[in-house]
Write a protein that binds this ligand. Structure first.
Ligand SMILES: [Zn+2]
Length: 93
């Protein structure tokens, strides 16, 4: 039988309206909230900014599903063309 113990208790704070902000605005917003937490909140051991990463094709916006960081399996014509060009360059070397 599995024994479950809850560990590393923490409070996660989501700033208002980070979704839909550009990267710079979202980062700046988070830094402001972090500074406010560190200034005003009692009982804080440490606080830090974290983020998730979404990878997508720079050409068509499709979810990146490949292990390869250059070729997304041909999700669109541009991805396929870039891969063809890369292969030809490798042959030339
Ligand atoms: Zn694509």
């Amino acid at each position: 039988m599995m024994k479950v113990k809850k560990t590393e208790w923490r409070v996660v704070v989501y700033p208002v309206a980070c979704k839909g902000m550009g990267d710079c605005d979202a980062e700046e917003n988070c830094r402001a909230v972090l500074a406010a937490v560190q200034r005003h909140v009692d009982g804080v051991g440490s606080a830090r900014i974290e983020y998730d990463i979404d990878c997508s094709c720079s050409y068509c916006g499709a979810l990146w599903v490949a292990d390869d960081e250059h070729y997304n399996g041909g999700c669109c014509d541009n991805d396929e063309a870039a891969e063809q060009q890369r292969r030809e360059c490798e042959k030339g070397n």
